[in-house]
Design a protein around this ligand. Structure first.
Ligand code: GDP
Length: 579
């Protein structure tokens, strides 16, 4: 009952009227429905029989470097389309995302704009969660690339843009934070040409290079197709961006007449519904109650994993999940009813025996060993202490997060491979909050050997520091085998220098805290995986950590070095013997 009513609520009376000429009734529709009684429920059911023509759908990913304003933009777009947002950062639904102000997992939501249905995919902006971007770009036909007009494109802008271009998407460039005093029209032109160069360097086609540019202040809630700092009141909203999406992003190429097929791009586990599989319907129509099966490609061919029935079909509308009765090709939907298929598997009508191609993910670059806490303090903090429980939890994580690999190791330990310290740190923090107690090893970089040559992961690092700190940062990074690619003053920010470098991942392990103290907390550092390259040789004078005991107090090198110095000085002053 909830389904048809909710589906109905997707369209206002007026938009439904204007929509009627664009709606199609698929030829195979009679399969799924029986004639209903002449009542309001029947009218609702009739509405549910009507599908949105794929030409009215737009699937769009919002991609950006971290802190360039993507989450603020998503809030504004949801509000503009009438969604009821209970709080800021509506799309950041995970508690750690709210606490840290970062997006960790990709999420889809649907908004209605004029006669169209826009499925917007919010993606993380941090390189460590790049796997989340990779697995969703295959679901969309377009992307909005959000770039801070003051900062210009940064490391992660390049990373996410490369993924989008590889998938043949034609991004729309949105220069955000135009309201800032330091952002002028000239600065916007500069950033636009920097982004153009980035497109060209990444091998964009002529079509992709012809990207539209919009200027926005997500904070103030407006976007404009011409440069302005204060648009007139009647257009001080997001309508120009929404119109640009409808105009510029092609509708999904989808065949409603073919049998149903969908590639699973996201998976969640629900206490009541079991596995909720989310993906874009690549062909056909799906109804609640249809028989489907899960397929997986193997080297030996396609393997059937499970056969079952669609128990529930759902779609995220704004911040709410609504039930639907049916969905057609091109749409991004969630379904419950199957217990085994996972990300990368195909769910399809039982007559289909071909699996859809899966996305190729970048390899993991860093690994840590998770094991049982065998220290003298074991058992004081958590409730899940055994190797078995830790292993089950890690395996469950690897199933929903493709960018993490878990390999069983020796004596109840597990090697967890991922993209970076932050990604693994978030996993550890989540496990801690769930009541796990575990021991973890220091992160290790993952090497590869190709043609007898040792290769290591290299990251692209962008650094912005005060001029007086450049020397210190350069010295520290040269010991870490970094190579400077570019260096220059930051436009519109006197006394600041921006450095672009490439550095082995192993050199950057533990460097963030050193960088913060070297720059007195005023520097920015952004990093993203670039490539595997020939091993650059051993690191220079890099302290891995020193534990010092003085006056019976233990000091950890670096983080407490100042405290150590002052303690040492007062000790020396008060000591009247020989030192
Ligand atoms: P995300 O990491 O890309 O999701 O970025 P957020 O949406 O979390 O924004 C990062 C910071 O930039 C927040 O403090 C926002 O308030 C701020 N911000 C976002 N959009 C704008 C804007 O248009 N103008 C200004 N001045 N600040 C903005």
């Amino acid at each position: 009952m909830a389904g048809p009513l909710l589906l109905r609520s997707l369209f206002s009376a007026s938009s439904r009227k204007s929509l009627s000429s664009h709606l199609v009734r698929p030829p195979c529709l009679s399969r799924g429905f029986t004639a209903g009684p002449a009542s309001a429920a029947a009218a609702a059911a009739t509405d549910a029989k009507v599908f949105l023509e794929p030409s009215r759908l737009r699937n769009v990913a919002v991609i950006a470097h971290v802190d360039h304003g993507k989450t603020t933009l998503m809030d504004r777009l949801l509000r503009q389309c009438g969604a009821d947002i209970p709080h800021e950062r509506a799309m950041d639904s995970i508690s750690l995302e709210r606490e840290r102000g970062i997006t960790i997992a990709s999420k889809v939501t649907s908004i209605s704009w004029k006669e169209n249905e826009l499925n917007m995919v919010d993606t993380p902006g941090h390189a460590d969660f790049g796997g989340e971007v990779e697995r969703v770009v295959g679901m969309v036909e377009g992307a909005v690339l959000v770039v801070d007009a003051g900062e210009g494109p940064l490391a992660q802008t390049k990373f996410v843009l490369a993924k989008a271009l590889n998938y043949g998407l034609r991004p729309i460039l949105l220069l955000n934070k135009v309201d800032r005093p330091s952002v002028s029209e000239e600065r916007c032109d500069e950033v636009e040409s920097l982004v153009f160069d980035l497109f060209a360097n990444l091998g964009a086609t002529e079509e992709q290079l012809d990207f539209p540019v919009l200027y926005a202040s997500a904070k103030e809630g407006w976007a404009s197709s011409t440069f302005t700092k204060d648009p007139p009141a009647d257009v001080k909203n997001m309508s120009q961006l929404l119109d640009a999406i409808v105009r510029h992003v092609p509708p999904p190429k989808a065949n409603l007449d073919a049998p149903f097929q969908m590639l699973v791009s996201m998976m969640e586990k629900d206490y009541y519904l079991g596995r909720i599989l989310t993906g874009r319907v690549s062909s056909g129509i799906i109804h609640v109650g249809d028989r489907i099966h899960g397929l997986r490609s193997k080297e030996s061919g396609v393997e059937k994993i499970e056969e079952g029935k669609v128990v529930k079909l759902m779609k995220k509308k704004g911040t709410n999940m609504v039930l639907i009765d049916s969905a057609g090709a091109g749409d991004i939907i969630s379904m419950a009813g199957m217990a085994s298929p996972s990300i990368g598997h195909t769910v399809a009508n039982t007559e289909v025996m071909t699996a859809l191609p899966t996305v190729v993910l970048d390899p993991p670059t860093i690994s840590m060993t998770f094991g049982v806490n065998d220290s003298p303090l074991a058992g004081r903090d958590g409730t899940h202490l055994t190797g078995g429980k830790i292993g089950d939890r890690l395996m469950a994580e690897a199933e929903t997060n493709l960018a993490i690999n878990v390999l069983p190791g020796l004596s109840e330990s597990y090697e967890v491979q991922g993209r970076g310290e932050l990604q693994l740190g978030i996993l550890i923090e989540n496990m801690r909050r769930e009541g796990f107690e575990l021991s973890v090893s220091p992160p290790k970089v993952m090497y590869k050997t190709e043609n007898g040559l040792k290769l290591e992961p290299i990251e692209e690092v962008t650094i912005e520091v005060n001029d007086e700190h450049v020397g210190l940062v350069m010295e520290a990074l040269s010991h870490r085998r970094a190579e400077v690619a570019d260096m220059g003053p930051v436009a519109g920010n006197v006394g600041r220098t921006r450095l672009s470098l490439t550095c082995p991942s192993r050199g950057l392990v533990g460097y963030r805290s050193v960088f913060s103290s070297d720059t007195r907390g005023t520097g920015f550092m952004h990093r993203a995986f670039l490539t595997y390259e020939k091993f650059r040789g051993p690191l220079g004078n890099v302290r891995k950590g020193v534990l010092v005991c003085i006056n019976g107090l233990w000091y950890n090198h670096r983080s407490c070095i100042d405290e150590f110095r002052s303690s040492w000085n007062s000790f020396r002053d008060s000591w009247d013997g020989d030192i």
